[in-house]
Design a protein around this ligand. Structure first.
Ligand code: PHE
Length: 338
């Protein structure tokens, strides 16, 4: 019996010392000390030996057991320390390495200019309305006094979806939609995307417009002039000149095109304004009585003005950008400037 115990002790000792991983130690613990482990079995076998030897062997066995437990624990600690060391060596963080720069995004220049324009008109009491980009021919043309085959439709190269459905070519249809659902007084702006089958340095197939209109009794062209003056002076500065040029839109009468004094040469003439000193910025006019009639308003009772501008155009004038396509090429060198 004593020899057996000593052999077990020696073997256990050797095996534990050779163990290279925590898993191995765990297995050795089970092998020697577990429920069916070698030492446990030996302890149980004490029952079959003579009474007088039992006490002594019991003591020796228990001491051996404690000894092996202690060995396993110590070796486990050593292995854990080695493992920690290994982790510290391989996963070392160098806090002196320069950080990596994460660029933050910002609003697109079109959105920035649009937000600025909206806040100017909000301060004048205008509320914001929206309409669908896929629009009925009726709202885009017919209700704006442009019957089918009307030559004025040629002014806007239209994407047709069906004979009766188009991608809206301007935000003016929102005028009609708002008037159909509301009674004057109205002070509304309608920003949004519009589409035209057109592409060059000043035209792209999708761009943004902002429509504005005011309807009440006794609205006159001087109200239009006052509102536009506040707007132009807020965006381009208080010294900016403003001029109304007679023009034609089927949905306004009289109609005007509004120019601002050239933002580059301040009116003295340069290549940007083609030596005229003026830059065209928006279209406007007094809402045509025909439009009121079709929206269900009495044109003898109400008058109103309307205007429409291209947001990218305003941004181009404001920042001196000469190619509208830059807005949507997503070249960061361009976008980062705003
Ligand atoms: N809808 C016109 C356009 O897109 C602009 C405009 C709006 C003109 C309102 C007059 C009144 O060209």
């Amino acid at each position: 019996m004593l020899n057996d115990i000593l052999t077990i002790k020696k073997l256990a000792q050797e095996e534990i010392e050779k163990a290279e991983g925590l898993k191995e130690i765990q297995e050795l613990k089970v092998k020697y000390l577990g429920k069916k482990g070698i030492l446990t079995v030996k302890l149980k076998s004490l029952a079959s030996i003579p009474q007088e030897d039992r006490r002594e062997f019991g003591r020796i066995l228990n001491e051996t057991k404690v000894h092996i437990e202690e060995l396993a624990r110590k070796h486990e600690e050593i292995l854990k320390a080695l493992e920690l060391n290994r982790i510290l060596q391989t996963q070392r963080i160098d806090v002196t390495v320069p950080g990596c720069y994460m660029p933050t995004g910002h609003l697109h220049p079109t959105t920035q200019v649009l937000d600025e324009i909206i806040s100017i008109f909000s301060s004048l009491g205008f509320s914001v309305a929206e309409g669908p980009e896929i629009e009925l021919d009726y709202y885009n043309f017919e209700a704006l006094n442009m019957p089918k085959d009307h030559p004025a439709r040629d002014m806007q190269d239209t994407f047709y979806i069906t004979d009766d459905v188009v991608l809206r070519t301007h935000t003016s249809p929102v005028q009609v939609r708002v008037m159909e659902k509301n009674t004057p007084p109205l002070r509304v702006i309608a920003p949004g995307k519009v589409y035209r089958c057109d592409a060059d340095v000043t035209h792209i197939p999708m761009f943004h417009q902002l429509e504005g209109f005011m309807v009440d009794r006794h609205i006159t062209m001087s109200d239009l002039k006052g509102v536009l003056e506040v707007f132009i002076h807020s965006v381009f500065g208080p010294d900016t000149g403003l001029r109304f040029r007679p023009s034609f839109f089927p949905f306004t009468e009289p109609s005007a095109e509004i120019d601002i004094s050239c933002v580059i040469c301040k009116g003295s003439g340069c290549s940007v304004c083609k030596n005229t000193g003026w830059l065209e910025i928006l279209g406007a006019g007094m809402i045509n009585p025909r439009v009121f009639e079709m929206a269900g308003y009495n044109p003898d009772e109400y008058t109103g003005f309307a205007f429409g501008m291209g947001i990218e155009r305003v941004a181009m004038l404001k920042y001196g950008i000469d190619d509208i396509r830059l807005f949507y090429e997503n070249d960061k060198r361009f976008l980062e400037q705003f």
